[in-house]
Design a protein around this ligand. Structure first.
Ligand code: BGC
Length: 734
């Protein structure tokens, strides 16, 4: 018996099928081997055709495995707020399955507004479980493009304007997803900061802006989050499409950051075989809309990284090492996901997931204004509550482009409020109409807008209080992929409607559902404003809980709300700076994005980054540091007290900003360097302890191409928002 086994082993080794002596399995399918051993072994057994096949799609959302060796295909799904419905093999049409209605989680702007990395982890775990249950290997998210302009139609899919906040929040999301044996796919790398002309617009920006503002969250995703895949973006950087951009993919991502996973193209983001082959793309997806067969004009075999790639390799124009590198990366991804040992089975639409979705929603809602303690409005306070606005009933999980979801359920704000207050106390009027949600197309509503407005004013007149629930939605030219907003003001006549309501009833709260800042011409006249994002399946419950006081709001804005569009940095420099001239866009504000601009240029925002009210009040003690002088490799230990001075329990996201008053280069007035979310009972006092590494006070030096910390004075400030500084402390870096 032993002799036979030994003989068999020799035979297998001799043919390259090295096997584990105990299991007789080839190394690549042996779970006890390391991923690298498995990759090397699998690669050694594959033909050139099989390797090339790994590098491109076989359907809309899947790419090849190695059928001969039993190495499975890769199945992907959007992302980033829920697991998308199944669609057909070769078209975007729904597959009409009955088992694919998911839990919708709040949009990532809301997650960022929680300032709570633990919730980000819970979010990642939950969505990862859903992806796993649905047998997905890659979840196409999270998105971390920086919020540069409120006109960007996709801001809702990202984590705001600050690179530090996004970096801290993205890592636990990725870890949560990947602990399920599902790869996260951080996107869109990089500079996809507008949808207008997204397929080709060439971004021109300084190295400082690139490294200090637009790359850090991706870097954190790779270096701290160990993300297994990255999606290239549609736009160009310095004349090369980002899905095959030598600087971004070869030099920064794969060399500097040592990314060992696979780069996936955005759908249709590849444009050239040589560039795709040589500039770092590993899996080409979505290049044509009907990739049917090798005979069809635009079949999958015609993808840039399919036959054309194979031919160039065969001709010797592309070295074999390039194919091997790509195939290794794809295999690594498969061994980390579909072929990983102990992969959990996942869970789908369960009470735990609803609870996570609700908690994120509740913690992300931001109370922007609350004159005379308008909120909370407990049950029983008013007899008649008028709820006005289309967003009180409209689905916010559908539309928006690729993040659209087919959900198991979605609690609307109106349903949530009726559940709390009782149907006898709530009257509803739509007030305005926006039309149907269509991809890439605007479909204005065909309704009598005056009749809608009149009906709303009529119920407002007789109500004790009005909740206006409006904002943007997921229609084209609103918060949606493929187009930017056309106006900064609220659309569909909402400003006019709010003014009309205010004429008959002053007791009005505005509840905004959006992923973007909007103009607020009525800001002084309404006593209360709530920023409520796209909150997913549990949105209505979360809104009702905050409004009635069951939950004390603790969200903080992850981006600044300008008073007028021109106050926003990108818009201060005219069209070339946004949206560009259709060929190029120039980031003329450089590193002064978001609050960095408002603070440095002393422009008052309408609502500042990091701002958000609570039903309680907090008193900040003076900031102190453990030492006065630090060397560049040390960590500054910061502490101050925080007291809940109000009558209700609540949470506060305390923030620490740093600045360098005298530097050899321009530095922003303030930059976020640490934050912590803390829950305090009424009257409770706690000492906050936060840390800032001295090396994180660096700027990107364009001359030396190094991160540089200059010696000298730095000022650290504890703050409740970017404009609400409580105290400061100076330290010296030697
Ligand atoms: C989007 C990606 C998305 C992909 C697949 C693209 O249009 O930009 O974010 O993951 O489609 O749906």
């Amino acid at each position: 018996m032993t002799k036979i086994k030994t003989a068999l082993m020799c035979l297998i080794v001799g043919t390259g099928l090295q096997a584990n002596a105990q299991s007789m399995k080839p190394v690549y399918s042996d779970n006890t081997r390391t991923v690298e051993e498995r990759v090397t072994n699998a690669l050694s057994l594959m033909t050139l055709d099989e390797k090339v096949a790994l590098c491109h799609a076989q359907s809309k959302f899947s790419s090849h495995g190695v059928p001969r060796l039993g190495i499975p295909e890769i199945w992907m799904s959007d992302g980033p707020h829920g697991v998308r419905e199944e669609i057909l093999w070769d078209s975007w049409n729904a597959a009409a399955w009955t088992n694919d209605s998911c839990t919708a989680y709040p949009a990532l702007t809301c997650l960022a507004a929680t300032f709570n990395p633990e919730l980000s982890h819970a979010y990642g775990v939950a969505i990862g479980e859903e992806a796993r249950y649905r047998r997905k290997d890659i979840l196409l998210g999270p998105g971390v493009n920086i919020y540069r302009t409120p006109m960007n139609g996709r801001n809702f899919e990202y984590m705001g304007e600050d690179p530090y906040l996004a970096s801290i929040m993205v890592v636990p999301y990725i870890k949560g997803v990947q602990q399920n044996g599902v790869a996260a796919c951080v996107k869109h790398f990089a500079l996809n900061n507008q949808e207008e002309w997204r397929g080709h617009i060439n971004v021109n920006l300084s190295d400082r802006a690139l490294y200090e503002i637009y790359l850090p969250a991706f870097k954190a995703a790779v270096e701290e989050g160990n993300v297994w895949s990255v999606m290239g973006s549609y736009n160009q950087l310095r004349g090369e499409h980002c899905c095959h951009n030598d600087l971004l993919l070869n030099r920064i991502l794969k060399t500097d950051w040592k990314f060992d996973g696979a780069v996936v193209s955005d759908w249709g983001g590849a444009h050239d075989t040589k560039q795709a082959a040589l500039n770092g793309l590993d899996i080409e997806m979505g290049s044509y809309t009907n990739g049917l067969s090798s005979k069809a004009k635009f079949g999958y075999d015609n993808y840039y990284l399919a036959q054309p790639f194979l031919q160039l390799v065969k001709k010797g124009e592309i070295p074999l090492s390039v194919v091997d590198d790509k195939a290794s990366r794809v295999l690594r991804l498969i061994f980390r996901t579909a072929m990983t040992p102990d992969r959990p089975y996942g869970r789908f639409v369960c009470p735990d997931h609803s609870e996570t979705a609700r908690k994120v929603a509740e913690e992300g809602i931001v109370l922007l204004k609350n004159d005379s303690r308008f909120f909370p409005v407990p049950v029983g306070k008013y007899k008649t509550i008028a709820v006005i606005g289309e967003n009180a009933t409209r689905s916010v999980t559908q539309g928006g482009g690729s993040s659209t979801l087919k959900v198991k359920y979605e609690v609307s704000p109106l349903d949530g409020l009726i559940e709390r207050y009782g149907k006898d106390h709530v009257v509803y009027a739509q007030g305005y109409a926006s039309g149907l949600t269509s991809y890439d197309r605007e479909e204005p509503a065909k309704v009598d807008t005056k009749a809608l407005l009149d009906a709303a004013v009529a119920i407002a007149k007789n109500a004790d209080v009005v909740y206006f629930i409006g904002g943007l939605n997921k229609n084209h030219f609103q918060d949606a992929e493929g187009g930017d907003r056309k106006q900064f003001n609220l659309p569909f006549g909402q400003d006019k409607l709010i003014e009309a309501i205010l004429k008959v009833n002053k007791n009005v709260a505005v509840i905004l559902i959006s992923g973007n800042a909007v103009a607020m011409p009525w800001v002084k006249e309404v006593p209360a404003i709530l920023q409520a994002w796209y909150l997913g399946s549990e949105g209505g419950h979360a809104i009702a809980n905050v409004i009635t006081g069951a939950v004390n709001p603790s969200g903080k804005l992850p981006f600044s709300f300008p008073k007028k569009l021109e106050d926003n940095a990108a818009h201060s420099f005219g069209k070339l700076s946004y949206p560009g001239d259709s060929i190029n866009v120039f980031y003329k504000e450089d590193i002064l994005v978001g609050y960095r601009w408002f603070d440095t240029k002393k422009i008052a925002p309408q609502f500042a980054f990091g701002y958000g009210l609570s039903y309680t009040t907090f008193e900040y003690g003076k900031i102190t540091t453990d030492k006065k002088t630090y060397s560049p490799d040390e960590t500054i230990k910061i502490s101050f007290t925080l007291k809940n001075t109000g009558k209700v329990d609540g949470a506060e996201a305390v923030q620490v900003y740093a600045s360098q008053p005298e530097a050899s280069v321009m530095r922003p007035a303030k930059e976020l360097k640490a934050f912590k979310k803390v829950f305090l009972k009424a009257g409770e006092i706690k000492t906050m302890e936060l840390e800032v590494k001295v090396k994180d006070l660096a700027f990107y030096n364009e001359t030396t191409h190094q991160w540089t910390v200059e010696s000298g004075e730095f000022v650290l400030r504890n703050a409740a928002s970017s404009v609400d500084v409580k105290s400061s402390a100076s330290i010296l870096v030697k």
